[in-house]
Design a protein around this ligand. Structure first.
Ligand code: NI
Length: 133
């Protein structure tokens, strides 16, 4: 059976997560998970939802934060789509066959119930996140 990729969320890079919670709130988004500081990844994360659309707001906790570059280059912007999968290692294998390469190997995500996440990149897709069920 082929691996299934089920949409989970869009990751949205923001400079100040409190300001963005207020802005997204004005657009009808409700907070579904308040701010969590993931010190390991050096990011602050909150989840908001409008209808079925789940958005992860991510801001840097320090200058060494991995999303610092995205903000510097592109400003506030959606920058990854996350898919939920049954077996993260198997899905990484499937994506590698489509020439995605692994940029962050699977590790536990504090902001998502300590579930395993990994990041992959393809030049004609951009950044993709996998989240194990
Ligand atoms: Ni994400």
């Amino acid at each position: 059976m082929p691996a299934e990729f089920i949409y989970h969320h869009i990751g949205y890079a923001v400079e100040n997560i409190n300001d963005s919670l207020s802005l997204f709130g004005n657009l009808g988004y409700k907070i579904v998970q308040d701010i969590i500081n993931d010190k390991k990844r050096k990011v602050a994360i909150a989840f908001v939802k409008n209808g079925d659309l789940l958005v992860e707001l991510i801001s840097p906790l320090s200058e060494e934060s991995p999303i610092r570059n995205y903000l510097n280059k592109m400003g506030h912007t959606p920058y990854h789509i996350c898919y939920e999968v049954e077996d993260i290692q198997k899905s990484i294998g499937v994506l590698k066959k489509s020439r995605f390469f692994l940029v962050e190997k699977p590790s536990d995500a504090e902001a998502i119930e300590n579930r395993s996440v990994a990041f992959l990149y393809h030049p004609k897709y951009g950044l993709l996140e996998l989240l194990e069920k």
